[in-house]
Design a protein around this ligand. Structure first.
Ligand code: PEP
Ligand code: MN
Length: 339
């Protein structure tokens, strides 16, 4: 930490701050300038008390952090990429590009089975489908609950696809984990630390969506909750953030993908469906994600989007999904990923 003092402080005032820094467990090194003095505070910011609160002192102008607030998710903590294994399938840097696809909501056995067949035929290896849905309005379809989970399990048995589904509430964690291969933590719960911790403790891989107005640092700190609870298997999923733009439902932040690739060893997934809220943009966003070396996609696919019970405007039909899957190939090859 670096404590910047106010200009022209008398030496005895500087000494008071230096003494406090030492009391809090840091080794203070004072750098006296012409006008302003800076105290470099040597010590591990993760194990010592943070010094940020020193700004409450009248002598202190500002306190700057040197170390990152997250630890386990950072590349400093782990040099090799994390590879998350889902039913034998490896997801992460250097692994085959992972296609997760399926309807926004599980609506019926027929809807799910026909979708599972179609996405599998196009190379998807993980079937998505919400059984518990976080809806903005209480009057909208809330999901089939456990009946939906049973349909997902039936699709897994029939097609050999792994399944990913959202867990919405702490009380449902064990139930959802008893069916799912990957637990999805949704954007609206991305800072529900009690839920994230409970999900982490199941030991199942966690796909952690980015919150609607979440900074990358906050997102990484939410992932830190999973790792610090003993579960290393996190997939970070960029799904767009709220901005002033109205042409899209959310602004898919592709820069975040590139930044995460620099900051963390965790796999990065892109959800172009919530990301733009427009079926006509899904293929282009998927190509961009593959070109950015994202580790996979989470795409909403529906047999008849116009009749979907949720998010119809952004779900692609089977034909468009087939085009998507084919058009990804050169982009995946261009970043040197195995097919
Ligand atoms: C979804 O995947 O259907 C969903 C609700 O996602 P998000 O939490 O990103 O809005
Ligand atoms: Mn959706």
């Amino acid at each position: 930490m670096i404590v910047v003092l106010r200009p022209n402080l008398p030496p005895e005032e500087i000494d008071k701050v230096v003494a406090e820094v030492a009391k809090l467990g840091y080794e203070p090194r004072t750098i006296r300038g012409e006008v302003q003095t800076v105290i470099a505070c040597i010590g591990d910011e993760q194990t010592h008390r943070p010094l940020e609160t020193l700004v409450a002192w009248p002598q202190v102008e500002t306190v700057l952090r040197v170390q990152k607030r997250y630890k386990l998710v950072s590349k400093e903590a782990r040099k090799e990429p994390t590879v998350v294994t889902v039913n034998g399938q490896k997801i992460g840097a250097g692994q085959p590009f992972c296609l997760m696809a399926g309807p926004c909501s599980v609506e019926s056995e027929e809807q799910l089975m026909t979708t599972a067949r179609a996405v599998k035929a196009q190379g998807a290896t993980i079937l998505r489908g919400g059984a518990f849905k976080p809806r903005t309005s209480p009057y909208e379809f809330q999901g089939l609950g456990e009946a939906g989970l049973k349909m997902l399990a039936a699709a897994r048995a029939e097609f050999g696809l792994a399944i990913i589904t959202e867990v919405l509430a702490e009380k449902d964690v064990d139930l959802v984990a008893s069916y799912a291969d990957v637990l999805q933590i949704g954007a609206r719960n991305a800072q529900n630390f009690a839920l994230i911790t409970a999900a982490a403790k199941t030991g199942k891989p966690i796909l952690l969506k980015r919150g609607l107005s979440m900074r990358i640092e906050e997102w990484l700190l939410a992932a830190e909750y999973v790792l610090s609870n003993g579960n290393p298997n996190v997939l970070l999923c960029e799904r767009g953030i709220r901005t002033f733009e109205t042409y899209t439902r959310n602004t898919l932040d592709l820069a975040a993908v590139a930044i995460l690739k620099q900051e963390t060893h965790l796999p990065v997934i892109v959800d172009p469906s919530q990301g733009c809220g427009r079926a006509d943009l899904v293929i282009e966003m998927c190509k961009a994600a593959a070109a950015l070396n994202a580790d996979g996609l989470l795409v909403e696919v529906h047999p008849n989007p116009a009749e979907a019970w949720s998010d119809g405007q952004q779900q692609v039909d089977f034909e468009r999904f087939a085009q998507l899957s084919q058009s990804l190939k050169p982009f995946v090859a261009a970043v040197g990923r195995p097919a």
